[in-house]
Design a protein around this ligand. Sequence first.
Ligand code: ZN
Length: 302
Amino acid sequence: MLVSTSYATKMQYQSKHKADPTKITDIFDGTHYHSLQEMFITIGAEELPTWCFSDPCNIALGLSADGFGPFKHRTKTAWPIILFNYNLPPKEHFLKQNIISIGVVPGPKKPCDFNSFLWPLVQELLWLEIGVSAFDVITKDIFFLHAYLIIVFGDIPAISMMMCIKGHNAISPCCMCTIKGVHIPSLQVMTHYVPLCRNGFPDSQEQYNPCAFPLRNHTSFMEQAMEVQYAPTNVDYEGLATKYGIKGLPLLSTLSSLSFPVSFPYNFMHLIWTNLIPNQNQPPHPSPRCHKITSRNIPPFG
Ligand SMILES: [Zn+2]
C-alpha cells in the first residue's frame, strides 16, 4: 500500500486526524489508542526504546474473524481471518478492496485450536511492532515501518476463540466482566442463565447492578490466564478454567498493543444489525419496522 501514491496519500489520514475530546468520530478518538501513545513497546520481557504511534507513518490495524457457511443448506463452516487498515479514512476502512485477507481456516467445523492458525500472523505482527524497512513513495525514502494491531472483533464465538475464553455457555460467560451464570432451578438442563437479580436462585443470592458490573481488566485477565495455563494438574486446570471462564494464555497477548478485554469488542454488526437488515439475496423482511433500515444507509461493521 505504501508504494502506491494514492494509498500512501490516503493513509496520511491517521496522522492528520485531529481529536476533539467532546466527540468520538473514529478509533483514534478512543481511550485505548490514546493510552498506546504513552506506552513503550514490549516484546516478551524486553522493552523497546520506542513507543506506539510515535511516527506519523505508523499503521493501526484491526483483526476480524468469523465463521460463515460457504454452501447453502449445509452446516460446514470456514473461518476467514482479515485485517483492516485504520490509517485509511473511515469511509474506506471496510471497503472490500482495502481489506487485507490473511487467510481462511478451511473448516469444515469450528477450529479446535485457533491459536495455531493465528501463529504465522502473530509472528509477522511481532516483526511489525519491532519495525521493518519499507519504501515511502511520498518521501521517496526507505523508512522503518511499524504497524500495531489495536483492535480485534467478531461475534461472541469468534471473540471467545481469539481471547481463549470459554464463551457464553460457561459459568463465567462474559469476556468483559466476571458475572456468574446460574442454573434455572425448575429445569433439569445444565444451561446457564445470567440474570441480574438472583432472587429465587438457590445457587446465588448475589445481585448485579447494570451500572456497575464487576469488570475484568488487563492485569487480572492475564494473571488468571497464567494461572490456568500453568495449572499443576488437569483437575486444577478444569477448576481454574471454570472459575475464570478462561482456557489459557491467548496467543494474541504476546502483542503489547492489545489490552484484554478492551481491545476485543463485540462488533456492531452482530450487536445491532444481525437479523434486522435483510441479506442481499433474501426478500425484504415483512415487518414495516425493518423496511426503514437498509444495507445502504449503514456502514459495514460500523
Ligand atoms: Zn459482562
